[in-house]
Design a protein around this ligand. Sequence first.
Ligand code: M6R
Length: 611
Amino acid sequence: MCGIVAYIGPREAYPVILKGLKRLEYRGYDSAGVALLNSGLKVFKKKGKVAELEENTIGKDLHAHIGIGHTRWATHGEPNDRNAHPHSSNSGKLAMIHNGIIENYAQLKQELVRKGYHFKSDTDTEVLLNFIEDIKINNKCPLEEAVRIALKRIVGAYVIVLIDQDNPDTLIAARKGSPLVIGIGKNEHFLASDASPIIEYTKEVVYVNDYEIAIIKADELILKNLGNERQTPFITKLDMELAAIEKGGYDHFMLKEIFEQPTTIYDCLRGRLDAENGTITMSGIQKYADQIVNAHRIVMVACGTSWHAGLVAEYIFEELCRINVEVEYASEFRYRNPVINKGDVIIAISQSGETADTLVAIENAKSKGAIILGVVNVVGSSIARVSNAGAYTHAGPEIGVASTKAFTAQLAVLTMIALKIGYEKGTLPHDRYMQLARELEAIPEKVTALLQQHEHIKQLAEKYRDARDFLYLGRGYNFPVALEGALKLKEISYIHAEGYPAAEMKHGPIALVDETLPVVFIATKDSYHEKVISNMQEIKARKGKVIAVINEGDEQSIKLADDVIIVPEADEILLPMLSVIPLQLLAYYIGVSKELDVDKPRNLAKSVTVE
Ligand code: M6R
């Protein structure tokens, strides 16, 4: 949610910042802007994507060795030029970018207005900036000191980066709740919301912690806490290659990421699952294995697609480990005073590792004595760091706003944890454990085979692209897949879609069925198959159009359905990793056929760092 980039050093700042903003555009694309310091402060900003900003700066004097840039996902104030970041202060000397929300901005604004400050935008950011400027002027103190004083009064989440015309060789940054990475180069520093704008210049980074202020010159990085005490920067080596964040010949990141799934699932299993010898090695989980085995309750906490992965895992854990599992929307869990007993295990599932609701939910649960396990994709992210332990999904950077490869990697990790715990607990017999381990190992190959049907799915997309609504139905392990299929279609194609447990359809949604409604059944061969076929018949009796995701040789479904997509067979526990893939492709191709920006669907952002 909002991407920030900054640079200080010998290079031209503008091209570094612009390239960085393009890499971070998945975090928000309502507007983009840069502020550069040379002989004075210059701010360029524009509603829309980074390309609009780029076009708007053609022919302008952009020379500078220090600058800040921002790509916005609007919270306070509509997306327009005025509300775009960077904002400049009333004196015109300070400029600031911000990712987060300042909750008490209205009160601060009133105080500032009484003092004669005026505001050009509707944003909370401009209020915080002028609040800092006011402190700086009144206390006659350096900017760093003013920031520290201001932040003590701030309620909310932020990463801020400021430049000051009176001090043109220093960037000041601070973080609470939103991510900030600093890349350490040779006499230069790069700041960004994640490592993708930094990776091509340096692999040495510092993840700034909450309540830290960074004072950054070209050749020096000082970190301090809000009590003005120096902190030692902890330098981490990035384990990421530039190719991972480029499209690599695909039309869109989403398509690339769908097609990467055989590799990402394999990478996720690699070094952990040894099906031949029947071992699963997950050091983070092993440390807490006894507590998980003895836990009375596991709560999965997540949002969006990650929440759907939690729902699949609920079925798997209950089946294999016989532990009571609840799956919670993080946004509800964090506010409703949930009962948490010492020893409860909370599994936080998150691609970005920065989702604000999930982060706060686990912080609350941790303070009440729960053990937090993170199933996270982005290494070093906030959720990973707050968790007691966990397992990374190793899916590599996911840039398309719609989550695809992260989902199947989450399922792979959660399945391995369930297998491990069920086996150690004795609720999963040896033979079944070995069979599931072998089948899990074979999933990447099956995904490869499945992806070969992309042309067929593209044709289905053409056929159904003009539908106004879609229904997705599945049962058991495939019920969350129905939810996920519907979510993908909504976010990519803007077609209204709903997912339901197939049997629940009779309790209301069936009223929607007529000859114009496509109903996608996830009807693979599992314990619910016969029941799903009955549900399919009920839809056909009302003239609905049936698209069935089935296994080979399912003659009953083939007879009933208008169209079928065949997925390879697998144990029902593992089927979601396969059955979701045609739904990802269907959403993708419908979005493309409608000429929509599938990588950056409207109103969305990849990383939701505001609640
Ligand atoms: O980074 P997270 O997994 O915590 O993100 C959770 C959701 O915001 C995310 O899954 C969202 O629903 C995606 N747009 C789904 O495609």
